[in-house]
Design a protein around this ligand. Structure first.
Ligand SMILES: Cc1ncc(COP(=O)(O)O)c(C=O)c1O
Length: 406
């Protein structure tokens, strides 16, 4: 070995050694920083910002409310973890009576299953070979994992992967109601359900159909009419499958906007509510059954604390919370107590507030509490959510599936 290559080799092994030695210490340090345990007991107004916080009383009320409202209807709750991405919150939902949870991505499902959530319905079809193989490996390890499918090739691929894994895997068929994913309702769906039913390594467990287009229809009556009308072909499909003798133990769908509408659908088993937990500006503005202008069935529990970092220009404030704190979703963030504030989160790190009238004078360093435009994607921007009770930090909730978009 030449001296040069020998030196290279030594450098490489020294680096490798340092890597393996340092990694656990670094990881522990990072984790300590991320978990911010020192914040426990602090006032929410003393948190470093931007800080994502959840009012625990309100969130717990929301969790209970959906069950209370659906009690006696025969419809269960299978909350969607795409909203919170946190096994700790999923456990609270299960403890409150959820049948299990839904996940949007395989990575999310894995985080839930590996952290004590027993029943996970993956509502998204996996089409690539690595994902299909991983999904079946997950099912081999966790018997409560259920996979959605929507096309014949995918059914065959799943059958092959389930056979190779030596398992019989539960699957549901995704029925298309919004032109996103899923098979067309009717004969095509029935044919696929029968195909699944004949596969030796797959177990057909029923259908799911999420109507995302209807969730934010403004006005309860209009939402109700449209939800039930667009669902008619799905109901017919359910009836056809039932008449064909298929196992229809799952008929899942609906969301926060239709959670109390879907219970009249015959055979319907569970609502996949997500946003009900936190709420956001998009949902507040759709109106509810009792309150036509504000959808107040659930409390807004999730907010962001931001800091004013510049007040130089009259009628304008700059905050430390822009697109990386709120996303670019519409409508704009809503500052609590300041209905006249226009919040532009278009800049990466800065929020630009313009106003004609403010309820107080804002100094640099003042804090604001702000409602998010849309709760799901904002949670994906934060490592932790501060759990707040009576304005004080009671717990740190790690967003363990943050970034698990695969
Ligand atoms: C398949 C599926 N189910 C349920 C939900 C939850 O919806 P919501 O947050 O409106 O309750 C979503 C949200 O996008 C979804 O995509």
């Amino acid at each position: 070995m030449s001296s040069f290559s020998r030196r290279n080799f030594l450098q490489t092994s020294a680096l490798a050694g340092a890597g393996t030695l340092l990694a656990p210490a670094l990881q522990a340090k990072n984790l300590e920083m991320i978990l911010d345990k020192g914040a426990i007991g602090k006032s929410k107004w003393d948190l470093d910002t931007p800080a994502l916080i959840v009012d625990l009383d309100k969130m717990e009320r929301n969790i209970k409310k959906v069950h209370t409202r659906l009690q006696g209807t025969g419809v269960g709750v299978r909350p969607h973890v795409k909203t919170h991405k946190s096994p700790a919150i999923a456990k609270m939902q299960v403890a409150a009576g959820a049948l299990g949870v839904c996940a949007a991505k395989l990575g999310e499902a894995e985080v839930m299953l590996e952290n004590g959530i027993k029943n996970v319905l993956l509502t998204t079809v996996n089409v690539s070979a690595p994902k299909i193989i991983k999904a079946m490996a997950l099912r081999k390890k966790h018997s409560g994992f259920i996979q959605a499918v929507d096309n014949a090739q995918n059914i065959q691929d799943l059958q092959d992967a389930a056979k190779a894994a030596g398992i019989k895997a539960e699957v549901t068929l995704d029925i298309d109601v919004i032109g996103r994913t899923g098979v067309a309702p009717g004969e095509q769906a029935l044919a696929l359900a029968q195909m699944i039913d004949k596969m030796p390594n797959l177990k057909f467990c029923g259908i799911l159909a999420y109507d995302g287009g209807v969730q934010h229809v403004v006005g309860f009556k209009a939402r109700q009419e449209r939800a039930l009308k667009t669902f008619e072909p799905v109901v017919k499909t359910y009836d056809m499958m039932k008449a064909a003798g298929l196992n229809m133990e799952i008929f899942s769908g609906g969301g926060t906007g239709t959670y109390d509408i879907m219970s009249v659908v015959p055979g319907f088993t569970d609502v996949q509510v997500g946003s009900y937990l936190f709420m956001d500006r998009q949902y507040v503005e759709i109106g509810g059954e009792k309150n036509e202008t504000v959808f107040d069935d659930f409390d807004v529990s999730l907010t962001v604390i931001a800091t004013v970092i510049n007040n130089r220009v009259p009628g304008r404030l700059t905050t430390d919370s822009g697109a990386k704190a709120f996303t670019l979703n519409k409508p704009t963030p809503l500052v609590i107590g300041e209905p006249g504030f226009n919040y532009n989160a278009g800049s990466d790190e800065f929020g630009a507030i313009t106003f004609e009238k403010a309820n107080k004078t804002y100094k640099v360093g003042d804090k604001l509490e702000i409602i998010a435009p849309h709760c799901d994607p904002i949670v994906n921007l934060y490592d932790i959510i501060y759990g707040i009770r009576n304005d004080k930090v009671e717990s740190i909730i790690p967003v363990l599936a943050r970034g698990k978009s695969q």
